[in-house]
Write a protein that binds this ligand. Sequence first.
Ligand code: ZN
Length: 133
Amino acid sequence: MAEFPRPYPQPDRDTAPFWEAQNRHELKFQRCSRCDAFRYPVGPLCPECLSFDFEWVASSGRGTIHSYTVVQHQTHPAFPAPYTVLLVEMEEGPRVIAQLRAPEDASFGIDTPVRVEWEDHEQQSLPVFVIDR
Ligand code: ZN
């Protein structure tokens, strides 16, 4: 298999805890300490109330398919087409983009329950989703 590209910027003060949690196979979101809004992707302040205060909260790892696309055109050797990219609405509310891992004949659609699993790459574990039936 081709070398997996490193698609992310170097972790910084704000994002390092998020990436480190992923390497422990934990999906974490920031939750605002003032208004309880979840914030994702990681950011320095709450988009709802502009507070800088937050806590890291572990996701259940479960959600439902909000949208998806099947990629037919291969753009990198590490991503053989076709593959399915999901937009998953997590139980906590944030929507996460990741690939679906399922047999080619798997049946799924909008609102299908999915759960996160992890794929370990050279420097970074990344989430994928599997159908959760
Ligand atoms: Zn807030």
